[in-house]
Write a protein of this length. Structure first.
Length: 299
């Protein structure tokens, strides 16, 4: 398939229709998914954080003209708006949360795979930054392809600034999610994601993509990304070390659960009073007072 750009849809597109496009092309652009107040809020909350961090030390992947910050649920309340966006979540649910029958004795029981948040990242690609190597995000789990309909990740990249072909708008190779593991991605096959601030590109773990080059512009390209992953995969960003207990307690319940404060189908339980219990039980107990130290503040 040769496509000059990903298909564009509007925020009122039904999730089923969006999933059809994504499973056909590997990704989709949703125009105007987030309003001005959300984008302004993200800028106000995250610019000081990004101002205070160094650029990446690694020239090739992290980028030595690129700034990154994570742990975003503790840094901006607008992160929850993105994670709980009904279209994005609806798409992720449909792609990831497929039930699989397992036997419990003689009874087949349908178990949905569940999904959780694998990573959050604000990314500012600065002037002078070359293109990131094209990659599949599911390579962290050495995922094999073709995937036989089992995708590991549904990723969103929200444009906080405008994304252009010159300022590092995410490069995507349409159709590359269908490739096997022998075929290398080539830069000439990739198309830049061009979209206005407030729009978003959604792609799956097996789609080749990468940050674009920002050579001729004099502006930062500001994007915010997160991924929903199959719940049984180790999250890239460790939620238990990233967030303090107080921070976790301040988040909406869906976010607490998506950050692995949950146990479904025996995955992730914690023993309380001799029972394999849902970690949510610990959150409601005043005598439970310790977990991760939280990230050091940059500002
Ligand atoms: O910055 C971008 O546009 C893409 C970043 C990316 O793919 C990554 O860091 O894994
Ligand atoms: Fe990536």
């Amino acid at each position: 398939m040769t496509q000059n750009e990903l298909t564009r849809i509007t925020p009122d597109t039904p999730a089923e229709a969006a999933v059809e496009v994504i499973m056909r092309d590997g990704g989709v652009i949703v125009e105007g998914l987030f309003d001005e107040a959300t984008i302004e809020g993200l800028e106000n909350d995250l610019n000081p954080v990004l101002d205070a961090v160094d650029t990446g030390y690694d020239e090739v992947f992290a980028g030595n003209k690129t700034k990154r910050a994570s742990g975003l649920f503790a840094r901006t309340e607008h992160m929850a708006t993105i994670a709980l966006n009904p279209l994005y979540r609806g798409i992720a649910e449909r792609i990831l949360n497929k039930p699989i029958n397992v036997f419990m004795g003689e009874e087949p029981v349908p178990n949905p795979a569940g999904m959780h948040i694998g990573a959050t990242m604000a990314i500012k690609i600065g002037p002078g930054q070359g293109a990131q190597p094209l990659h599949r995000d599911d390579s962290v789990w050495l995922w094999r392809h073709p995937t036989y309909q089992r995708e590991a990740r549904v990723q969103i990249m929200v444009a906080v600034s405008d994304f252009t072909a010159d300022n590092g708008g995410t490069l995507v190779i349409p159709g590359s999610h269908l490739w096997d593991d022998e075929r290398a991605p080539r830069l000439e096959e990739a198309v830049p994601t061009v979209m206005k601030a407030g729009s978003a590109v959604i792609w799956i773990g097996s789609t080749y993509h990468g940050g674009g080059q920002n050579i001729t512009s004099d502006q930062y390209r500001f994007g915010l990304s997160m991924g929903y992953d199959l719940a049984f995969l180790r999250p890239e960003e460790n939620p238990f070390l990233t967030y303090t207990l107080d921070q976790i307690r301040s988040f909406p319940e869906e976010i607490q659960r998506a950050l692995d404060w949950t146990a479904e189908h025996y995955l992730g339980w914690v023993e309380v009073g001799g029972q394999m219990s849902d970690p949510m039980e610990l959150l409601s107990r005043t005598d439970y007072t310790s977990t991760g130290a939280g990230l050091p503040s940059h500002v």
